[in-house]
Design a protein around this ligand. Structure first.
Ligand code: SF4
Length: 415
């Protein structure tokens, strides 16, 4: 049997896609030894120019480390760079997203192939990924209808389309029956769930909550404009994790317009205050250093960040992606300035998170992951990490914690 090695670049969605390909490989052997493989499948990422370069460098390095291996390009990079890499004979074959489930047949082909497929397909199998024995990530949709100026995703993953609610329910029912209690719904643009068939993320949440054994549901990331009244009504439900991740990307309206975002600061602030008033922790994504972010714009953005009831942040320094509108925008922001802004915004949210933890240090419902030598880690309902010391084996257990030591770098408890 020929041996196949998978090299995965990029985000969690790509990790999921690798799992799909692995599950379909019936006539090949999976190996974790790159140097002894006959075929290397490179599940690539193309989110920035830097990501493209990493994939290209890896492919060149294979020519030296394992010159006889057949190199197959899969993933987002196959839709942006596949054609040129194939034409230049840098890879033996190219597989588009829609072709993943046919990988077993495709890899049997002796001749070079360029099988890019389409961007409308949705995989028949839903991917789950497990953390310990009780937390599962479930991919509920694929693609995005938004067209943010800096983002290449829609052109390599296609428009939004969703898995059927029945399939998701069936999958979660099975896992809940096997002891899984927490479910994290993920996808490229989770909040757009069901749009194409008159369903919604709120509708899906309602259905999932009825499954016996489902204790807590988290949602990967939402866009502000996707949060409607039906969704807000669910915030009081006991099975909703008390933390939402809502992607703002910026707080200056001129930057939001440049980024072709659909949110505006005034409505974002009202929305965040409403959600925070219900006892929720709120996280966001934020891009610093996008072209056009002058000093004046930055000062305004920072004062607005101070006003928002935020508790978590994923700040990214803008990185150029050819083929996107942002790539040709001026003026560009220097790397050291972006780095300083990244630090500034991260520090502000770190302080806000600490304040929040001080006020929320009892009745913490924590699902612990596997531990080692009496030390366990988990997240509470507010998505704050906690370290728990115990003489008991608490792996994959739910614990209710009341005596918490809140420190600058995290929460600690003894059980
Ligand atoms: S919402 Fe914007 S940033 Fe997110 S995937 Fe869609 S286009 Fe990209």
């Amino acid at each position: 049997m020929k041996k196949v090695y998978f090299k995965t670049f990029g985000c969690r969605t790509n990790q999921f896609d690798t799992q799909i390909m692995i599950s379909k490989l019936s006539e090949f052997e999976l190996t974790d030894r790159e140097d002894e493989s006959d075929i290397v499948v490179v599940n690539s990422c193309t989110v920035t120019n830097g990501a493209d370069a990493s994939v290209r460098n890896y492919i060149s390095s294979l020519k030296r480390s394992n010159p006889n291996a057949r190199v197959i390009l899969a993933g987002c990079g196959s839709h942006s760079k596949g054609e040129s890499l194939f034409a230049d004979k840098k890879v033996h074959g190219v597989i588009g997203h829609s072709e993943k489930e046919k990988i077993n047949e495709i890899l049997k082909k002796p001749e070079p192939f360029y099988q890019i497929g389409d961007l409308e397909h949705i995989d028949s199998s839903i991917v789950e990924e497990f953390v310990g024995k009780s937390r599962a990530f479930i991919k509920i949709q694929e693609g995005c209808d938004f067209r943010c100026s800096y983002c290449i995703i829609p052109s390599v993953r296609g428009d939004a389309r969703s898995h059927k609610a029945e399939t998701i329910i069936e999958q979660i029912t099975k896992l809940a029956g096997n002891g899984f209690g927490e479910f994290i719904l993920t996808g490229t643009n989770v909040g757009s769930y069901g749009k194409e068939r008159g369903d919604s993320i709120a509708g899906l949440l309602g259905k999932i909550s009825l499954i016996r054994g489902v204790r807590r549901i988290r949602i990967g990331s939402l866009e502000p404009i996707q949060i409607d009244e039906a969704f807000l009504e669910l915030l009081g439900e006991p099975w909703m994790a008390r933390h939402l991740h809502i992607a703002l990307q910026h707080t200056s309206d001129s930057m939001l317009a440049l980024m072709n975002r659909r949110n505006h600061f005034k409505t974002d602030l009202t929305l965040f205050e409403k959600i925070a008033a219900k006892g929720y922790a709120i996280g966001t994504d934020f891009i610093v250093g996008h072209p056009g972010e002058s000093d004046a714009v930055w000062r305004e953005a920072i004062s607005r960040i101070e006003q928002l009831p935020l508790t978590h942040i994923h700040a990214f320094s803008y990185s150029k992606r050819d083929g996107t509108p942002s790539a040709s925008m001026q003026p560009q922001i220097k790397g050291d300035i972006a780095k300083e802004r990244h630090r500034e915004v991260t520090e502000i949210i770190k302080a806000k998170n600490y304040e929040f933890r001080l006020k929320h240090s009892s009745d913490l419902e924590v699902l612990l992951e596997n531990g080692k030598e009496g030390v366990f880690y988990g997240y509470d309902q507010y998505f704050n990490k906690i370290e728990v010391k115990s003489d008991e084996d608490l792996s994959s257990n739910w614990v209710l914690l009341n005596e918490i030591k809140v420190q600058g770098d995290g929460n600690y408890a003894q059980f």
